[in-house]
Ligand binder design. Structure first.
Ligand code: S3P
Length: 175
């Protein structure tokens, strides 16, 4: 069956939801940040620091290419991965792409609690806002948008699963 791809800004819960959804559906879970960290033996924060963002973005593109012909996966993406057109093209051609949307104020609260995100550390408030607003229309090129504010992970997971089956039943196309 076609993959389910979770996209959205830092802190919206792509990893939490992805792992729990994969469990529920008996699909394999792929977390792109974790795969890249494992491959390079380095934390994302250090990859950004030592090799730079462009290097990291290229790693993301190489990884997505390896997922193109795979099935039965739940893929949690890093917040910037979907900004690359090459990645969007691969996912939108076949997979069910879910945008987890959370208002900026909630995002700020969540990412404030974690200092492992290089861009969140680097950006000031204005820059984060701009990044958020600039990315919004790109995330919206998806199969499904879900507002995750005030929803428990189990509710989100159920909502995604129901929408996925409905989408498959209707032919599973993104247009
Ligand atoms: C990034 C988000 C991070 C990680 C990297 C860059 C971004 O993933 O890939 O720090 O550009 O938004 P999360 O969305 O899981 O925090």
């Amino acid at each position: 069956m076609k993959n389910i791809v979770l996209v959205g800004f830092m802190g919206v819960g792509k990893s939490t939801i992805g792992s729990s959804l994969a469990n529920l559906m008996n699909y394999k879970w792929v977390d792109t940040d974790k795969v890249i960290e494992k491959k390079l033996g380095e934390k994302i924060k250090n990859i950004f620091k030592n090799q730079g963002e462009d290097f990291f973005r290229n790693e993301e593109i190489q990884l997505v290419k390896t997922l193109e012909f795979r099935n039965n996966l739940v893929i949690s993406t890093g917040g910037g991965l979907y900004m690359a057109e090459a990645n969007r093209e691969i996912f939108l051609k076949k997979d069910f792409v879910v945008f987890l949307n959370l208002p900026l104020e909630d995002v700020l609260e969540r990412i404030g609690r974690n200092n492992n995100r290089p861009l969140a550390l680097k950006d000031n408030l204005e820059e984060i806002k701009n990044r958020y607003n600039g990315r919004l229309p790109v995330y919206r090129k998806c199969s499904l948008e879900i507002n995750v504010k005030n929803k428990a992970p189990f509710e989100i997971v159920r909502e995604v699963r129901a929408a996925y089956y409905k989408w498959l039943k209707k032919g599973g196309a993104n247009d």
